[in-house]
Design a protein around this ligand. Structure first.
Ligand SMILES: NC(=O)c1ccc[n+]([C@@H]2O[C@H](COP(=O)([O-])OP(=O)(O)OC[C@H]3O[C@@H](n4cnc5c(N)ncnc54)[C@H](O)[C@@H]3O)[C@@H](O)[C@H]2O)c1
Length: 343
């Protein structure tokens, strides 16, 4: 596939480029930050060294709010698949809700509109893959099971602006996939969304409320003897290792459309409390590792998210299966964070 990653310099995008190349696809990348300012610069440069030709497909900086430039880029490149990752995450988005709406919703809609103007070489609708999030959920009066199970069909009642933009993204995706009335020169976009758990990798996180887990892994890898995190020890949300998340993005993009029964899929992996993550890190260290739990405003965000994520549809429709649980993730992350800190 010829893929364009929008928001390619962040935690997911910087690793997705290499994952696409490894799977035999051609990745193009754009971000509003120049490469040297991207959080994922280290991961990108490692992929550039591994895959000849990839560095030349890192495009000049582009802000998704520059609608004309974004539409022109898509019209020019005609990617058969777009991975739309440009977004403000939960904590940053709540601090700046107006910008969160504009980047997460208006930026996505500009991309979708541009993609209605062309077909894939085989005549099929172009595919857009976009992450949604567990933040699309929220507490529902009289329905404690919603936060206990994370049911695929919802209901979705988010409490943050970030979560609101994710629900809108899901509904926009369904509209562009199924409701848009095709006319000459304007067709549908085969939109596929994944409701992701908190994602864990050795790339510094970008302002999400699941960052406390990344902070534990980075602190352990640095050899810190004490660390402070911003949630209670009993805080439990779904988590997934980045490698599983990347595989889910690529597998969903590759899945034959006829096998898909929904536009949005949940994907789950493991469900540890903050204390269980801290303990998994501590067991692998040969020095004390004291964790101070000092909840701040982000505690309310994670408390509004589900503690599990039902993902039966992804498993039956396109064969989703996670590979890393908490123990496997902890081994990998401590190793990878140490390597990242050494670079
Ligand atoms: N990381 C997670 O734990 C997680 C979990 C669930 C869902 N998601 C979703 O996955 C997607 C990517 O997340 P991520 O973790 O890689 O985020 P990130 O913040 O690390 O990366 C986002 C990238 O988008 C870029 N960007 C921001 N505003 C832009 C703009 N106006 N124009 C162009 N680029 C812009 C940023 O520079 C950054 O490189 C988001 O939609 C996010 O909501 C992430």
């Amino acid at each position: 596939m010829k893929a364009l990653i929008i928001g390619a310099g962040g935690q997911i995008g910087s690793e997705l480029a290499g994952a696409l190349e490894a799977a035999g696809h051609e990745a193009w990348m754009v971000d509003h930050q120049p490469l040297e300012k991207c959080a994922g610069r280290g991961a990108l440069e490692a992929s550039f060294a591994q895959y000849p030709g990839l560095a030349a497909r890192w495009l000049p900086a582009l802000d998704v709010l520059q609608a004309d430039r974004l539409a022109a880029l898509i019209a020019d490149l005609r990617p058969d698949t777009v991975f739309h990752l440009a977004a403000l995450l939960s904590a940053t988005g709540e601090a700046n809700p107006d910008l969160c709406w504009r980047v997460n919703v208006d930026g996505l809609r500009t991309t979708l509109e541009a993609m209605t103007r062309y077909r894939r070489p085989d005549g099929a609708d172009p595919v857009l893959v976009c992450p949604s999030s567990i933040a699309a959920y929220g507490p529902v009066t009289g329905r404690p099971d919603v936060l206990e199970r994370g049911p695929e069909e919802g209901p979705l009642e988010p409490t943050t602006m970030y979560g609101v933009t994710k629900v809108v993204a899901e509904r926009l995706g369904a509209w562009y996939s199924h409701q848009l009335k095709p006319t000459a020169g304007r067709g549908r976009v085969d939109t596929r969304l994944l409701r992701f758990p908190g994602l864990l990798s050795a790339v510094p996180p970008g302002g999400g409320s699941s960052d406390y887990a990344n902070e534990l892994f980075f602190a352990g890898a640095r050899g810190d003897q004490a660390v402070q995190i911003f949630v209670r020890p009993d805080t439990r949300i779904p988590f997934m290792h980045m490698d599983d998340a990347l595989r889910s993005l690529v597998e969903l993009a590759e899945a034959p459309r006829a096998r898909l029964t929904r536009t949005t899929y949940n994907v789950g992996a493991c469900y540890p409390t903050a204390e269980e993550i801290a303990e998994a890190v501590r067991r692998r260290l040969d020095h004390p590792f004291e964790v101070r739990y000092v909840p701040d405003h982000r505690q309310a965000f994670v408390d509004s998210w589900p503690r599990r994520l039902e993902d039966g549809a992804a498993r039956s429709d396109w064969g989703w299966s996670h590979r890393l649980d908490l123990e496997g993730m902890t081994d990998r992350l401590l190793h990878d964070c140490r390597a990242s800190l050494a670079r």
